[in-house]
Write a protein of this length. Structure first.
Length: 157
């Protein structure tokens, strides 16, 4: 018997680490907006406290730190283009500030990935961020996020 994980187990672990990175990135973007901390400061906080190692040297959270950092930095660097893509699909007269801060963080991170991660299929990105929306909201908000991201993905891909 081999001690190496199967290909499927490895794939599942990588998927869980990507999902953890996306969730942490949404939380970091939310924290940045609420506290006006810089991306660098929030990334450092997350790397130390939430994505780091515990006292026994074990990962605190299953999240890929490189993906986390790329999403946060990329979202901040491209925020103007990201917000423009989102606003194009909001109802007439709506401003992005009218959206709930958590929804804004989810949408911004997802749109960043739609723009920057061309090798990832749109549906995977949408599924991941709609799943995150379900973790924070009940009712219509996840459906709204799904519909908006679907429209934006058609616009930019």
């Amino acid at each position: 018997m081999s001690n190496t994980p199967s290909a499927e187990a490895e794939r599942q672990l990588l998927a869980a680490r990507r999902a953890g990175a996306r969730l942490a990135a949404v939380q970091a973007l939310y924290q940045m907006e609420q506290t006006e901390q810089s991306a660098r400061s929030v990334i450092a906080d997350f790397m130390e406290d939430r994505l780091g190692l515990n006292d026994e040297g074990e990962p605190v959270e299953e999240a890929d730190p490189d993906i986390f950092r790329a999403i946060v930095d990329g979202t901040v660097e491209r925020q103007e283009a990201i917000d423009s893509a989102i606003m194009k699909r909001l109802a007439s007269g709506w401003k992005i500030e009218r959206l709930d801060a958590t929804s804004r963080a989810i949408l911004r991170a997802a749109v960043y990935e739609l723009i920057a991660e061309i090798s990832l299929p749109s549906q995977i990105i949408l599924d991941e961020y709609v799943s995150i929306a379900h973790a924070f909201f009940e009712g219509a908000e996840p459906r709204f996020i799904n519909g908006l991201l679907d429209a934006v993905s058609r616009d930019i891909r």
